[in-house]
Write a protein that binds this ligand. Structure first.
Ligand SMILES: Cc1cc2nc3c(=O)[nH]c(=O)nc-3n(C[C@H](O)[C@H](O)[C@H](O)COP(=O)(O)O)c2cc1C
Ligand SMILES: [Fe+2]
Ligand SMILES: [Fe+2]
Length: 403
């Protein structure tokens, strides 16, 4: 067991024993520019309890941190709040090393864990609202179905006023600091919004409901111990308020113009559209896909009012990176957007119609059927692009007035 890793005290009885993944850059299609952490927590109650584990390559880091407090074999209970591999991947190894008396999960969690690991031991299912005594301390479980998997649950510890919130309220951010109050607020808001936009956005209605439900339960909460990024022990209203705001998806006059291009005709169109947007009072943000990852586009769209998508035609199809983006965005189900499609083509020009079709499926309110320009745009064509920008700006104003 490595002696290099140390646990970090969260309260007198709770320790952070997770892992810091400084190097990860691709988290299932999400560009994790600042790495991430897999947080796990050791509760030093009469029944010593481990909350969650970590991604498989970090198992020895987890066990090392636990060992800095207690012999891992002294752990009585393991609680698995979520069956996704970043939290359960080393569960089998941990069970082997720890030999816990019991392992707990939600009923869907039990199913998912079996479907992942085909275990030869029982996982004890706990119900929504059920409490588990750890002797001097206790845990109450709160199912958070579909946030963001069917099995997710929170574990609440009343004695410490501490909510183990699993993926919720987390962010992909590797830092040496363990607490949000030690980290620059604008960085927290950006990485928090990126996490929300790329993971929780499709479940926004459930997020709103959950915030309401937790409010009604009136649980005193002083610490939110999430499973990625920093732990919140001050100003909890900040992260909860951000979640309420993001879940609303209230539009602004930001217009995200995203495109790819082979010979820069579609790029020229994008620039002229941006000029029209600005002239119309909108705030365009140009995001060429050669230099912007799909997950950063999703983040910018979170508070935008307009999405304008451009693609040249390549072999009778939209450009592959644009198809990638639209497939990704469609799954995230962004709301409250107006938009338009555009692109340059040579002879058959199918791309703009295909982009428009995808945007219609996404229920984006389009200004028209989209703008196609043959090969390199001349001044007239660029004026048409400028006018398209003006029309999108105008429609965005209408959206903001209605919101
Ligand atoms: C490999 C290749 C395949 C293409 N296939 C089509 C096509 O099937 N239909 C079409 O209308 N144009 C096609 N084009 C023409 C481009 O759409 C045209 O050059 C357009 O102006 C490119 O816009 P861009 O400068 O934004 O890349 C093709 C171009 C290339 C390089
Ligand atoms: Fe997850
Ligand atoms: Fe996670």
């Amino acid at each position: 067991m490595s002696k290099a890793f140390k646990a970090i005290k969260v309260t007198d009885n709770v320790y952070w024993v997770g892992a810091i993944d400084w190097g990860i850059r691709d988290f299932h299609g999400y560009l994790t520019e600042r790495g991430t952490t897999y947080n796990a927590f050791l509760v030093m109650a009469d029944k010593i309890t481990l909350i969650d584990t970590v991604k498989p390559p970090f198992q020895s880091e987890l066990l090392g941190r636990i060992s800095s407090v207690v012999d891992p074999r002294d752990i009585d209970y393991v609680v698995s709040n979520h069956a996704e591999m970043d939290h359960s991947g080393s569960l089998v190894g941990v069970i082997e090393a720890v030999q816990p008396e019991k392992v707990f999960a939600s009923s869907m969690g039990c199913k998912h864990l079996q479907e992942h690991f085909h275990l030869d031991r029982e996982i004890v299912a706990v119900k929504d609202g059920e409490s588990l005594s750890l002797g001097n301390l206790g845990l109450t479980f709160l199912e958070t179905r579909m946030l963001h998997w069917p099995d997710n649950m929170f574990s609440y510890m009343p004695e410490e006023k501490l909510l183990f919130s699993q993926d919720a309220f987390g962010m992909h951010l590797a830092t040496s600091e363990r607490f949000a109050d030690e980290i620059d607020e604008s960085l927290l808001e950006y990485e928090g919004s990126k996490y929300y936009a790329n993971i929780l956005l499709p479940m926004s209605a459930l997020v709103t409901k959950l915030i309401k439900k937790v409010g009604e339960l009136n649980l005193p909460i002083e610490i939110i111990a999430c499973d990625h990024g920093p732990i919140w022990r001050q100003d909890l209203d900040k992260i909860i308020g951000w979640y309420a705001k993001w879940a609303e998806q209230k539009p602004t006059n930001k217009a995200v113009v995203v495109f790819d291009t082979m010979w820069f005709s579609t790029a020229k169109m994008a620039e002229a559209i941006a000029e029209g947007l600005m002239a119309g009072g909108a705030q365009p943000k140009l995001m060429p896909l050669k230099s912007n990852h799909r997950s950063n586009v999703a983040t910018e769209i979170l508070d935008a009012g307009a999405l304008v998508v451009g693609s040249p035609t390549l072999n009778n199809n939209m450009y592959p990176t644009v198809a990638d983006l639209l497939t990704y965005l469609k799954g995230l189900k962004p709301k409250n957007l107006v938009g338009a499609a555009f692109g340059s083509y040579g002879w058959s020009g199918e791309a703009v119609g295909q982009v428009r079709g995808m945007m219609e499926e996404m229920k984006i309110d389009l200004v028209d059927e989209g703008l196609r320009i043959k090969f390199v745009p001349n001044d007239d064509a660029l004026k048409q692009c400028f006018d398209l920008g003006l029309r999108v700006a105008e429609k965005t104003r209408g959206l903001l007035e209605a919101a």
